[in-house]
Write a protein that binds this ligand. Structure first.
Ligand SMILES: C[S@@+](CC[C@H](N)C(=O)[O-])C[C@H]1O[C@@H](n2cnc3c(N)ncnc32)[C@H](O)[C@@H]1O
Length: 282
């Protein structure tokens, strides 16, 4: 039986006098929640690649565990890279779909979903407590326009989303990776943008925000230089904070430290005409 079922039933049994926990230890690959997200769905062994996230073992509260067990079969998505998603089937309607990468604890995601019930949000993160938290919020607030993905957004984009399937992309406060030797782990890079562009419909907006100014400058530089995107701000540069983006948890921590927050809004440009062979002259 899972250690989490036990968790909601009170303290784990201990050996009297020794205090050692007899808690069930999971075998490698065994999920933490029988009905919840799979352990490492895409598999670290899937490929060798520099990742933009740091795997974290964080405590899952009883409420988050309950939400994962109850709601994952209904609203959860394991990013296993095994199939191309039918988004109409996934959401039960053909409303526009926006991908949010790295929702953290999901409070801002839930607020945006409540404010725009006709927009579907595909929210992806690897953080198990956050997945439980967002599912619980969606349940309590009656939000049916959120699906919660567990796994690496790169696998989701590359293997599981069809070309032109997304109407928007949100990346709020991605891990800043401040050390120079870690810059290669930053998500917003030209290669990532090329992949994202292939899944975004022309006109779809990429909305990024960060409180790490050197990363903001990097985002502006790579987005401006990328041929598939144009700045939605007429004179270029950073965007005023859009009213619809709520304060996120990570942003609050950055503001407490005196950080400056920058938003970026870039639009997917129309597809370029396929290169036509010039007819021979003469
Ligand atoms: C710094 S936190 C910000 C969370 C939230 N957006 C906020 O502002 O409070 C960045 C989140 O992105 C997630 N993340 C980073 N790279 C990811 C990837 N490739 N796929 C899925 N999640 C990712 C991390 O697990 C982490 O929860």
């Amino acid at each position: 039986m899972s250690d989490l079922r036990n968790a909601s039933e009170g303290p784990h049994p201990t050996t009297p006098g020794i205090g050692l926990s007899l808690r069930h230890t999971r075998a490698k690959g065994e999920p933490r929640f029988p009905d919840g997200p799979k352990a490492d769905p895409a598999g670290s062994h899937f490929e060798r690649r520099i990742r933009s996230f740091q795997p974290r073992r964080s405590r899952v509260t009883a409420g988050q565990a309950d939400a994962l067990q109850r709601l994952w079969p209904k609203w959860g998505l394991d990013i296993d890279g095994q199939r191309v998603l039918d988004l109409t089937e996934l959401f039960g309607n053909d409303n526009p779909v926006v991908l949010e990468i790295g929702f953290g604890m999901g409070e801002a995601t839930a607020q945006m979903a409540a404010a725009a019930p006709d927009t579907n949000i595909l929210a992806v993160d690897v953080h198990t407590p956050g997945q439980g938290n967002l599912l619980g919020l969606a349940d309590r607030e009656g939000l049916s326009n959120i699906r919660v993905g567990n796994g690496d957004a790169i696998i989701l984009l590359r293997e599981m989303l069809a070309p032109d399937s997304l109407d928007g992309l949100r990346v709020y406060f991605p891990d800043p990776w401040p050390k120079k030797r870690h810059h290669k782990r930053r998500l917003i890079q030209p290669e990532f943008l090329t992949l994202a562009a292939s899944r975004l419909r022309p006109g779809a907006v990429v909305h990024c925000a960060t409180d790490w100014e050197p990363y903001a400058e990097q985002m502006l530089e790579v987005l401006t230089a990328h041929p598939d995107f144009e700045n939605a701000v007429p004179d270029g540069g950073f965007a005023p904070r859009p009213a619809e983006r709520p304060l996120t948890r990570f942003e609050g921590q950055g503001l407490d430290k005196g950080h400056v927050v920058n938003d970026l809004l870039f639009r997917r440009v129309p597809h370029r005409e396929p290169h036509k062979e010039q007819p021979p002259t003469g």
